[in-house]
Design a protein around this ligand. Sequence first.
Ligand code: SF4
Length: 260
Amino acid sequence: MDKGLVFNIQRYSIHDGGGIRTIIFLKGCPLACPWCSNPESRKGVQPGSWQKNGRKETIGEWYDVDTLVDEAMKDEIFYRTSGGGVTLSGGEVLMQADFAAKLLEELHELGIHTAIETTGCFPVERLSKLLSHLNQILFDLKIMDEGTSKRVIGADVTTVKENFEAALAAEGVEVIPRIPLIPSYTDSRNNLLSIIQYLKQQGVSAVHLLPFHQYGSNKYDYLGWNYEMKDTPVLSKREISTIKALFESEGINASVDGLE
Ligand code: SF4
């Protein structure tokens, strides 16, 4: 695949990896999380459309690697002075694994810190294409019960674990588990304890917690889709602190991140 389908490029981000970063969002996601804040990324790797402010807009644009590298390198000075770099996000980056591998390879050769965000939901052999070009993987762990995960978001927990363990085994790649805290979906004590137990088995001692937010809700209107979480309140500071304390009581350092 010579070109990659990108639905957003966000510059000067201070989320999704260290320092100041450019986030390149690749279209396509195999999951259907009810809380998704990037619903325009969902479905296959093909352009979509939505109706925004009365006008039809295309979602997704095909880019070649060199164009994206040039775009990202415009902010090289910020990466170098802040310890930042480039993060590929989605959607699910590994739906465009060959393109992502080429892009990361070129950035890495230019000395840019590279990261991906991933759901871990893809055939395990795909990850190996990227590992040697990566500094960091932000790895989402959402619902650990196999049946619930499959039913609610369409994620196969066995595959997620296989990919997580392959990421941990890679040399020179920092793996940061990220736990979205979604009311009624991921924030139950049972689910969080399952995540904690799994991370302890894997020898992981730090996570990022991503509290639920409503920032993507207007996108559902643009798409003409129902957003079932529009009336769900965000977690209170106290609820977030309680969850953070739960991880820390089990010896896992938990920092609270910005956006999921
Ligand atoms: S994995 Fe991310 S992009 Fe895909 S549906 Fe879930 S929240 Fe949305």
